[in-house]
Write a protein that binds this ligand. Structure first.
Ligand SMILES: NC(=O)c1ccc[n+]([C@@H]2O[C@H](COP(=O)([O-])OP(=O)(O)OC[C@H]3O[C@@H](n4cnc5c(N)ncnc54)[C@H](OP(=O)(O)O)[C@@H]3O)[C@@H](O)[C@H]2O)c1
Length: 413
């Protein structure tokens, strides 16, 4: 049996080596991502009956493994150990493009040699919630692959459940294909997953962080649906990039300063000042649209800094849909603008299989671009997370090469 192959090389198809190089996180290294991630030799994971082993050609970088590296807000290793897992390390990585090397005994729709990507929603197939036919990403066993679960894509081989595995787009290189699935499928659920407020033609959609991972995908999904997306950004270069990706216009948030928790409602002077900022932001939306219309959907993830404004500007009966609280969790909702105007504040997390497959089909048909930003080496996975945490300028998504020797490989047409 092959013991281990170097990074950038592959064993013969279907030959699974004993060991693999992996970027691991261990509890004693929690902290700065450049120290928390270290390369180690680890045993290639064993497969359960429903599992697929994939040679990782490229791995997408997402914010969730910044959290894993820091050990906050949860220690993913300790939580898995409490559930009975033996491993004292975390191999993260929630996006991958790669080649199937082995499948579990019950897997019959995926074969060795298939070129695939993986979506990040996973759950136990025998979870009573799932067997009852309810939305599985809401199940008690639901987890984010390569964050809550071990053996993600920051290693030569990763392990996923067969239902997560989807065909790779033929026209994309390995690094392009590894870029968009986590953010794209999350954006898809946020925009199409909430009955009564699904995005439709002519809707106005306000997209925070329009040039970022989630944002670029949201802008393109809005364009596909015939909706009008307005991006919020922090400079004009990012704004122009958003227009390229389908936004009808952009707002530079640096022109406003009413962010964060507003003054208490009994503070009349403070409220007046805050309201002037929020109204000016609302007017900036009308200026982009050329008419006095408020967003039917506000696509949220900054959280504490922006939720008060999002709730204020949202149209009556509209939805603020949120999938993160990157700037903090103590978001204040002024209920005067919420209940009377009957707005919805909807949490959203991960995706289910139909949502992921629908999104992947848009990528495969070329209607959604993966928005590849920066490509890193396998060795620089820690650095990539550090730069993401620092908000270092990258338009679109970051990806690290693993099995792919160089960028540009893997296109089939
Ligand atoms: N729940 C889920 O399933 C799920 C899935 C994917 C991602 N997430 C989470 O969503 C968040 C965003 O992920 P991402 O991949 O889009 O990250 P990203 O590529 O770093 O983009 C985040 C964007 O937020 C904007 N931003 C930063 N600070 C801001 C502030 N104070 N106010 C308003 N906007 C601000 C930035 O744009 P400007 O500076 O140009 O405004 C940036 O482009 C992360 O916390 C991630 O963990 C959750």
């Amino acid at each position: 049996m092959t013991e281990i192959v170097p990074i950038g090389a592959l064993p013969p198809l279907g030959t699974v080596p004993k060991k693999m190089y992996a970027q691991t996180i261990r509890a004693e290294r929690f902290g700065d991502p450049t120290d928390a991630f270290q390369i180690e030799e680890i045993d290639v994971p064993e497969l359960g009956p429903e599992d697929v082993l994939i040679a990782s050609m490229a791995a997408g970088i997402n914010y969730n493994n910044v959290w894993a590296a820091r050990g906050i807000p949860i220690d993913v290793i300790k939580i898995r150990q409490k559930m009975g897992e033996p491993f004292d390390f975390h191999i993260g990585g929630s996006d991958v493009s790669g080649i199937v090397y082995a499948v579990g005994e019950n897997v019959n729709n995926i074969a060795v040699g298939d070129e695939v990507v993986v979506h990040h929603g996973t759950w136990k197939l025998d979870d009573p919630w799932v067997t009852a036919g309810k939305d599985p990403i809401l199940a008690p066993s639901a987890a984010i692959w390569g964050y809550n679960t071990n053996f993600g894509s920051f290693a030569q081989f990763c392990k996923a459940s067969a239902h997560q595995v989807m065909p790779k787009a033929d026209h994309l290189s390995w690094e392009e294909a590894a870029a968009p699935t986590l953010v794209g499928t999350t954006a898809y659920r946020m925009l199409f997953g909430w009955k009564g407020n699904e995005m439709k033609k002519d809707d106005v959609v306000l997209v925070w962080g329009g040039s970022g991972g989630l944002g670029t995908q949201a802008l393109q999904l809005a364009k596909v649906a015939g909706a009008r997306a307005i991006a919020v950004v922090s400079d004009d270069e990012r704004g122009e990039y958003c227009i390229e990706k389908g936004a009808v216009g952009y707002i530079n948030r640096k022109n406003f300063n009413h962010w964060g928790v507003p003054p208490h409602w009994t503070d009349t002077a403070g409220q007046k000042e805050w309201m002037a900022g929020a109204r000016a932001f609302g007017k900036a939306i009308w200026d982009v649209l050329g008419e006095r219309r408020n967003p039917d959907i506000v696509f949220e993830h900054p959280g504490e800094a922006t939720i008060p404004t999002s709730i204020f500007v949202c149209e009556a009966g509209g939805m603020v849909v949120i999938s993160a609280g990157t700037t903090g969790y103590s978001a204040v909702v002024d209920l005067r603008y919420h209940w009377v105007r009957q707005k919805r504040l909807q949490g959203s997390h991960g995706c289910n299989d139909p949502q992921a497959y629908a999104y992947n089909n848009l990528v495969r048909s070329g209607q959604v671009d993966p928005c590849l930003g920066q490509v890193y080496s396998f060795e620089d996975i820690g650095l990539a997370h550090k730069e993401m945490e620092e908000g270092k300028q990258v338009l679109g998504n970051r990806v690290a090469l693993v099995g792919a020797k160089s960028a540009g490989m893997g296109r089939r047409k």
